[in-house]
Design a protein around this ligand. Structure first.
Ligand code: NAD
Length: 252
């Protein structure tokens, strides 16, 4: 597998699964723009990775909910590296609350980042790739919650089901331009998102492990390697799929 010559924008690339994806793409030879709401951490990540991958990694602050922020990241990547042909729609977060107490504000914020974000990014990537006449690739970070219902996560589960359905429609519409669109559905992965909510150690961690044949929580790299494969030409006849990366949790 080689991604030499590919130019990627990774949303939410400053931490967790996104950071591991940035590393995996760089390792395979791609150039990467880290796009993240946390501009300071993103800049630190780019500076640190630049030591090993000189001239192939940079960062841009912004929110996936803003077309102008995303456009700025694509402009910056194009200026530094050339036309973008890979987009990883990975940025995400959630709050936790039972349905009867979930606020409309939290519902809207989570849906906006998790579903509107990938829509805006994919639209920008597709229009630019078609304009440049180049094939391209999108990978969306979905979740096992695209199928599984978890109490307290009505907004998150609804959004991730949307991500996987969006993946299919985008793949269906964009295949004619040589643009593949896939998603990964991680199980419980050790990141800030899950550690800060006590998910890997608490009852939900225990429940996850009971239902998981491979018997461990995931590491960001477990997911990142699958994303790099989906972007590569080795996956050149795969599109519209949501690939579970969850230690087998989904089969039980
Ligand atoms: P994380 O909190 O470690 O990292 C998320 C990154 O996204 C952060 O750097 C954050 O600043 C950035 N971000 C948040 N909102 C943003 C916005 N509006 N615009 C740009 N950047 C933004 O989280 P993670 O666990 O690495 O999660 C990454 C993705 O993986 C998310 O989509 C999440 O839903 C999904 N996921 C995670 C798990 C898990 O167990 N960790 C499981 C399934 C799916």
């Amino acid at each position: 597998m080689s991604l030499t010559g590919n130019i990627a924008v990774v949303t939410g690339g400053a931490a967790g699964i996104g950071y591991a994806i940035v590393e995996a793409l760089l390792e395979q030879g791609a150039s990467v723009m880290i796009f993240d709401l946390n501009g300071i951490v993103a800049a630190e990540a780019a500076a640190s990775l630049s030591k090993q991958y000189k001239g192939r990694v940079a960062s841009c602050p912004g929110s996936v909910t803003s077309t102008s922020d995303l456009d700025a990241a694509f402009d910056s990547a194009e200026g530094l590296f050339g036309p973008v042909d890979v987009l990883i729609n990975n940025a995400g977060f959630s709050t936790i609350a039972p349905l009867m107490h979930l606020t409309e504000e939290d519902w809207t914020r989570v849906l906006s980042v998790l579903t509107t974000g990938p829509f805006l990014g994919t639209k920008i990537l597709a229009n630019r790739a078609v304009k440049h006449g180049i094939p391209a690739n999108v990978v969306n970070t979905s979740s096992l919650n695209y199928k599984a219902a978890t109490n307290g996560l009505a907004h998150y589960c609804t959004a991730k089901a949307g991500v996987s359905q969006f993946t299919k429609v985008a793949a269906s519409e964009l295949g004619q331009y040589g643009i593949r669109v896939n998603a990964v559905a991680p199980g419980l992965v050790r990141t800030n998102l899950t550690e800060s909510a006590g998910l890997t150690t608490g009852l939900s961690g225990q429940r996850f492990l009971e239902r998981t044949p491979l018997g461990r929580v995931g590491e960001p790299r477990d997911v990142a390697k699958v994303v790099a494969f989906l972007v590569s030409s080795d996956a050149g006849w795969i599109t519209g799929q949501t690939i579970s990366v969850d230690g087998g949790n989904e089969i039980r």
